[in-house]
Design a protein around this ligand. Structure first.
Ligand SMILES: [Zn+2]
Length: 408
């Protein structure tokens, strides 16, 4: 392209996209021109805008463009390995060693088209320290809970801590320093791998949960709640949490309540598929993981019918769930549950974006940041082709990859 007198700006970019899935859940578009100025999308049209003849063009006509993806539930200090020695050392790592692991996991996310992750907590608060260290340039935006909150003696020791003796949950949330980006509360146990649909008791009372959500709101923080089973989930929703994590066996009443509220559900179904794959073939545990997965798939089908806002999250770091690649597995799972490709992308972008803050909208359309990924090939190859990320763009700047020749 040639420079145009007057009408251009040095930051102007014109991109020819082979296909566009814009994150709104609308239909896939093909052969569109995306005009970017100062990091923002200004127009998306079948023809290049007449008044723009800038010097920066990029032909991505062999690529499918999507908004940068969000993994709404990860644990950056842990990897999905089944090597018990490695898992133990990651759990016990001091800050310096943990920082190396966190950085590697963030690169894995970026290489799979993820631009932001929400961390669900680690037992030493390493992720929060990592992301707030001075002059930290992160390949992926990190939203950190610091350490999660759990009831003393209950599940959650590996990712958090309990309020100090004599202190309520709300007081603990109010006084937590350094300030996290959001609050994570563990309000149930894990799924049983021996008794199907066995429900664990809530860890906190409804009053405690409500007060904690209020204390978080005073600090401008949303609350993500780990909850499986009917009562733990019902309490999380009634307390006004921002998102329910896992939600296995929550039942139709909770799904209906979530559809009527602004609560987002992060099903993390890939965890149970990974368990079924990792555990000894034919074992009761592997069979139970499979049944848990199938039941979650049914709940997701119901959620779609009811209009529940479902965000993609993987619990990466859990056994067999690898950072980065797990997101395309979770995307494939929501499609198995009936989501169209556009809807699945929406779950991994505009639905999930409010969970990671920073003003990211997860929408690739006029008036929104030019934060997107280019995947080689047509949309029919998704989500499998998420492993073939050609380039990643954040606010109009290419941060990864050099695919796509300059046009003009
Ligand atoms: Zn988790």
């Amino acid at each position: 392209m040639t420079a145009n007198k007057g009408a251009t700006d040095p930051s102007d970019q014109l991109i020819l996209a082979g296909w566009l899935v814009d994150g709104t859940g609308g239909p896939v578009r093909s052969k569109v021109w995306i005009y970017i100025r100062e990091g923002m999308v200004r127009s998306v049209d079948p023809k290049p805008p007449r008044d723009v003849l800038s010097g920066q063009g990029c032909d991505l006509s062999d690529f499918t463009l999507l908004p940068g993806l969000v993994d709404s539930h990860v644990h950056l200090t842990l990897s999905g390995t089944d090597d018990s020695v490695v898992r133990k050392s990651q759990l016990e790592a001091g800050y310096d060693r943990a920082a190396t692991v966190i950085a590697a996991h963030l690169c894995q996310h970026r290489d799979c088209g993820v631009v932001a992750v929400r961390d669900g907590g680690d037992r030493s608060g390493h992720v929060l320290r990592f992301k707030t260290r001075p002059s930290q340039l992160l390949p992926v935006r990190v939203q950190s809970a610091g350490q999660a909150w759990r009831q003393s003696g209950r599940y959650g020791r590996l990712i958090g801590r309990s309020p100090k003796a004599g202190m309520t949950l709300a007081e603990a949330v109010a006084g937590d320093r350094p300030a996290p980006d959001h609050v994570k509360i563990v309000n149930s146990g894990l799924n049983s791998l021996t008794h199907f649909a066995k429900e664990t008791a809530p860890q906190f009372s409804l009053e405690e949960m409500r007060a904690a959500v209020e204390a978080a709101a005073v600090r401008g923080l949303g609350v993500m709640v780990h909850a499986n089973g009917r009562l733990p989930v019902a309490m999380a929703v009634a307390a006004g949490c921002r998102s329910v994590e896992h939600g296995f066996f929550m039942g139709p009443d909770n799904l209906a309540r979530m559809a009527d509220s602004l609560v987002i559900w992060v099903p993390t179904a890939v965890t149970m598929r990974a368990y079924a794959r990792q555990l000894a073939p034919g074992s009761i545990e592997a069979q139970m993981a499979r049944r848990n997965f199938d039941h979650q798939l049914e709940q997701m089908q119901m959620a779609r019918r009811l209009g529940v806002r479902v965000a993609l999250g993987t619990d990466a770091g859990s056994l067999g769930v690898d950072h980065g690649t797990a997101l395309k597995e979770e995307m494939a799972i929501v499609m198995e549950a009936g989501w169209s490709l556009s809807e699945a992308v929406q779950s991994g972008s505009s639905v999930a974006a409010p969970l990671v803050g920073g003003g990211y909208s997860g929408t690739l359309a006029p008036g929104h940041a030019a934060t997107f990924i280019a995947i080689k090939g047509p949309p029919e190859h998704l989500p499998g082709s998420l492993g073939r990320v050609g380039s990643v763009w954040v606010d109009g700047r290419r941060t990864l990859g050099g695919s796509g020749r300059v046009v003009g």
